[in-house]
Design a protein around this ligand. Structure first.
Ligand code: MEV
Length: 322
């Protein structure tokens, strides 16, 4: 049983967060610069429960000392069930992540995917992508309550996706690369709470909220066409329109609005919050020659961190069932 090291990327949602929970479409892409990493080292000279180390959260313990509802314990349980194992060999599991937590970049889903992949591969029986996706979803349910499944799906399959809940995932090919700036407000925000807030407001005024959800759904379908045809200006316009509707459903914040406004004023083609909102991150679509101006403007408007990434234009566009 050799040592194994597995990474899973961060993600950003380009269109359709929140309304994806209600069955409307959303578009998400993996972000490879930030990853969760799980390394597992066999300990053949020792017996006893797996040792767990996650230095960033000051965790150094053994599996049996963690509470049963801990996501790492659940990951061991789910993989053991899937593989039909009744015990784990002695091992040392090391978990790190460069993905900011509670920021809308999929930190919990990336950790879940990396844990499931690493544990099953370590046992010499790597699970398929579809199985990894399913187990990571079950871990996310513990963490988030009612996740749509978009985070674990884009992270598992590691490609741009057009996602509709309970439907086969559609992988997207963008006709032109996307130059994105990702800016962190520095305000931590729990997706679970943002999702619960939308649900409360929707229950109070379903007609108004259904209309807003529908508008985001339609805009997301237009964005998909614009992305696969390389109509970058239109993608930008739709992003800003999506942000406006996210403001209307109550998931923005003064910090996010300030960053969106600053990015657009500095020449971004469009900008919006991304993920759960109410803090966390926003994204701006730049052109290569304006990216540095937009970046400066984002820092001036209060971003605590800005990084730029390019979503490449890959090579195929087809529907595949996970
Ligand atoms: C979280 O990354 C995206 C939300 O739409 C929640 C979900 O889809 O589960 C806010």
């Amino acid at each position: 049983m050799p040592a194994i090291s597995v990474t899973a990327p961060a993600k950003v949602i380009l269109f359709g967060e929140h309304t994806v929970v209600y069955g409307h479409p959303a578009i998400a892409v993996p972000i490879h610069e930030l990853v969760a990493r799980v390394t597992i080292i066999p300990q053949p000279t020792r017996s006893g429960p797996p040792e767990i180390e996650a230095p960033q959260i000051d965790l150094r313990t053994s599996l049996d000392r963690l509470p049963p509802e801990h996501p790492i314990v659940r990951a061991f349980q789910l993989v053991a069930e899937a593989l039909g194992l009744d015990h784990w060999p002695a091992l040392h599991l090391h978990l790190t992540s460069s993905i900011p937590v509670a920021s809308g970049m999929g930190s919990s889903a990336a950790t879940a995917v990396a844990l499931v992949r690493a544990l099953s591969a370590f046992m010499g029986r790597p699970l398929s992508d579809a199985e990894v996706c399913e187990l990571a979803y079950r871990l996310e349910q513990r963490h988030h309550g009612t996740p749509s499944g978009i985070d674990n799906t884009v992270i598992t399959f590691d490609r741009p996706i057009f996602f509709v809940r309970y439907q086969p995932v559609e992988f997207l090919t963008f006709a032109a690369p996307l130059h994105l700036l990702i800016a962190d407000t520095g305000v931590k925000s729990l997706t679970r709470e943002a999702v619960a807030g939308v649900r409360q407001r929707w229950e109070k005024d379903p007609i108004l909220y259904e209309a807003r959800f529908k508008a985001i759904g339609e805009l997301t379908r237009r964005a998909k066409e614009a992305l696969i045809r390389g109509k970058i200006e239109e993608v930008g316009t739709l992003m800003t329109e999506n942000h406006r509707l996210l403001v209307e459903i109550g998931v923005s914040s003064p910090e996010l609005d300030r960053l969106v406004k600053a990015a657009v004023s500095a020449g971004a083609l469009g900008a919006k919050l991304s993920g759960g909102g109410q803090g966390g991150i926003m994204i701006a679509l730049a052109q290569p020659h304006t990216a540095h101006l937009v970046e400066q403007a984002l820092y001036q408007a209060g971003a605590v961190n800005v990084f730029s990434t390019v979503i490449p234009a890959p090579t195929s566009h087809k529907a595949i069932s996970p």
